[in-house]
Write a protein that binds this ligand. Structure first.
Ligand code: SF4
Ligand code: SF4
Length: 393
């Protein structure tokens, strides 16, 4: 396993981090749950084969992911040998009804205590504010959430403070520059170089000495199953390399990256990932100019499949009903591009749960007037919703 420094923290982390958001599941009729035996076996296998970074969150797998990770690591003294990163989203802190606290700050503390209990540990190595973005950033500042996290750290409950982010670069940069974060977690992969936070974000985090953790290196798993036209581009490269390895190497190339998370759903996937990240050349600057050109052509080939011409400019936002229009279109386009809606459906499920689904649209038309691409947003939202709805978590 290759290891990298984790920002200024002094942690040395495995370049591959096990994401615990796509653990193996058992689906029965309209209910799904994690196959605990299989998940424990995979987590323990990872910890015993060089993986020392495990990422989970309050909400993953219907609030059970932290508990499953804690159960797996408790055995054999594995917990002390690894870094656990978990997250609490601002809306959960603010939800006084389900949190049980009298104030947002009391809730945040109760949720952390609950997380520690579930993870069977006295401390977290890294605690993130989950999914910071434009809709919540002002409230996070106003409510002094970072100060609350600092208090947790001064009590020894957490060691490093971080945030995860989905969205565009300008807000990311504002968040990054606001505080001396221990780490940040962003989406990057060979498709998203100019989307989401862009590779500019990676450089900016590196310059600050902030540990950079990459999520979605396989775009929800989609990059593992390319269409024939993409396979043909990869095929022009002489050596044998799987699409998964191409995707991982794209992110490994960045020296700013500390660890790359991937949610694994089977032991075979896990073993394949560990093998890729254990190669002697799975290091920063691992890509040649020829390989970078192949990746650029792979990206162009994928983009030729997009169907709704949304550029993600966000001029149509905010929608008075809360619909996150560009995110819906992006998930739909991913489904078309990757010839499978499975990963997009899963991520649309979470979008729906946070009140941003296409089905909330009341056809007021306000967004269409602002769209420079003249997209028939109302109609396209219906198409997208029909394709994306129905995931069972
Ligand atoms: S048409 Fe629908 S998506 Fe557009 S602003 Fe109105 S409610 Fe929101
Ligand atoms: S304004 Fe149009 S192009 Fe821009 S994000 Fe909204 S739908 Fe997409």
């Amino acid at each position: 396993m290759q290891y990298r420094m984790y920002g200024k923290s002094g942690f040395k982390v495995s370049a591959f981090g096990m994401g615990c958001m796509r653990l193996p599941r058992i689906v029965r009729e309209d209910k799904a749950e994690v196959d605990r035996e299989k998940a424990w076996e995979m987590i323990r296998y990872a910890a015993d084969h060089g993986v020392n970074y495990f990422d989970t969150a309050y909400g993953y797998h219907n609030l059970t992911s932290e508990e499953i990770l804690g159960e797996a690591l408790e055995e054999g003294g594995r917990r002390e040998k690894v870094i656990i990163a978990t997250k609490q989203p601002f809306p959960v802190m603010a939800d006084l009804k389900s949190g049980g606290g009298k104030t947002l700050h009391e809730n945040a503390r109760r949720n952390l205590e609950n997380t520690l209990r579930k993870l069977r540990t006295d401390y977290l190595d890294v605690y993130l504010i989950h999914n910071i973005g434009v809709p919540v950033w002002e409230d996070i500042k106003k409510q002094k959430i970072i100060e609350e996290y600092e208090q947790f750290r001064s009590e020894g409950l957490i060691r490093a403070i971080g945030f995860s982010y989905h969205g565009r670069y300008p807000c990311f940069k504002e968040v990054l520059d606001f505080y001396d974060w221990g780490m940040c977690q962003i989406q990057q992969n060979l498709i998203d170089v100019d989307n989401e936070t862009t590779d500019e974000a990676m450089r900016a985090a590196g310059l600050k000495g902030c540990a950079l953790v990459i999520m979605e290196p396989l775009r929800g798993g989609s990059l593992a199953f390319p269409p024939d036209s993409v396979k043909a581009v990869y095929g022009e490269y002489g050596g044998k390399r799987s699409p998964v390895e191409w995707a991982f190497r794209h992110v490994l190339d960045y020296p700013e990256v500390s660890t790359i998370l991937s949610g694994v759903s089977s032991m075979e996937q896990l073993k394949e990932d560990i093998a890729i990240f254990s190669k002697p050349d799975a290091v920063p600057h691992c890509l040649s100019e020829e390989e970078k050109k192949i990746i650029a052509r792979v990206r162009e080939t994928y983009f030729s499949f997009s169907s709704i011409p949304c550029t993600g400019c966000e001029y149509c936002l905010p929608c008075p009903q809360g619909v996150n229009i560009p995110q819906v279109f992006s998930k739909y386009n991913d489904g078309i591009m990757f010839n499978t809606f499975e990963p997009s459906r899963r991520s649309y499920f979470f979008q729906t749960r946070s009140g941003q689904a296409a089905s909330l649209c009341v056809s007021c038309g306000a967004c269409e007037k602002k769209c420079p691409q003249h997209i028939g947003i109302v109609k396209e939202l219906k198409t997208a919703h029909a394709a994306l709805a129905g995931w069972i978590e």
